[in-house]
Design a protein around this ligand. Sequence first.
Ligand code: HEM
Length: 480
Amino acid sequence: VGGRASAPSLPCLPSLPILGSLLSLREDLPPHLLFTSLGRRYGDLYALYLGPHYTVVVNNFRHAREVLLQKGKEFAGRPKMVTTELLSREGKDIAFADYSPLWKSHRRLVHSSFSMFGEGTSKLQTIVCEEATSLCSDLLTQAGQPLDPGPVLMRAVTNVVCTLVFGSTYQPHDPELKVVMDYNTGIVQTIARGSLVDIFPWLRIFPNKDLKRLKECITVRDELLNRKLEEHKAAQASGGSEDPRDLLDALLKGKSSAGEESSITDDHVLMTAAEAFGAGVETTTTTLLWVLAFLLHNPEVQEKIHRELDEQIGRDRSPTLADRGRLPYLESTLSEVMRIRPVSPVLIPHVALQDTSIGGHPIQKGTRVLVNMWSIHHDPQQWEEPERFMPERFLDSEGNRFSPPYFLPFGAGPRVCVGESLAKLELFLFTTWLLQRFTFSLPRGVPLPDLQGRFGVVLQPLSFTLSVSPRFAWAADLGV
Ligand code: HEM
């Protein structure tokens, strides 16, 4: 394992050739808790070897700010990993592509395409509100019965992404929607388990059930998205509408207006579409599930939200984005959920693009850096009683919501989540619509949801059961 003699002078876990520090890591803890507990032994900033890769773990906000913001560009690289290379046609996406001028212009294009539907127009709000209407009707039919909220929420969020990306809105039992949900779930599950292949790339040559399933899911995904892409290209070639109907339209238009010299290819467009599902469905659905799980544990929080909604919105109209800022308690609850259970408790690995430093410790070019958001969100130096669920911590003495700098559920800097505003918009609209109309409670004899969660690609609650009851009889056309 080369380069070890000149390894930077950070505390480093013991390591063996090839295995790296894996033997010291064989504790029965998910990575965010393991890295937090190692921090107590080795300090907030330490190093370890993941297989052959020298990796620095950042556990506090001061160092995270340096990596993500102050030296954001110096740490904006991504490592090559077997599973993600497969997923992204060798880094033609945003999340797993290494830093390069092409990646920068691709990211800029994705950003501007997103804001075309988000900030620029109210299209995104219309899409989410239509889906929220359908979700509420769906839940109404199941009122009073024990219900696992996972599948209904997953379907609603998937449908939002389908409409946003390629303009299809599906009825709940549409077979094409099922195809999308199945391949997405397959990818999420196998990627999570494929992590050993990522540490030891040569494992690829051994038969690997998960890798096979991952490849199958990717094939189904690509067939479907390719078909959508060709349909969009044909529509544009035949004159189509001026206004982009969806993200694929916007990406294709942006790509062609960038001119011939742009190296953004159809593959990049396709991978962006794929990524909206990969990065946007599981994360948003899981956050909504955590919201419900914490509300079941804290019925007094749900009551306060109900009161706020009744006072600020009433029952004659549905909440809209214009209500943001008028529901500080509800919005603080969303923040508190993302603080206490960040769905991405360890950020996607960053890589140092040049020789640099963290907290005065030299860091060599190529070093991998893991930012442990969990430990930042549970740091007793920053948060009073960090293990307690307390939405009020995001409210000032006047009851206005504020967001401290060490609250970073979407990361920060050049690699900040591209979908942040979309995700916040969905979280706001889905929760306000659901809580305006329903009370969520625990059916008799059913245990409270487990709050520890399971770590896969995201940190998710184990499936749980609840019961919904309508708070009032709303008219089918309860307007926006
Ligand atoms: C990256 C969180 C939803 C697209 C990230 C990162 C986090 C995150 C923590 C990693 C930042 C880093 O590596 O430093 C979340 C949360 C979400 C959410 C909590 C929902 C509650 C979405 C959605 C989309 C999306 C809806 C798109 C439709 C991306 C992309 C990246 C990313 C493309 C990679 C950015 C880059 O590497 O440059 N997200 N995300 N995310 N997210 Fe999200």
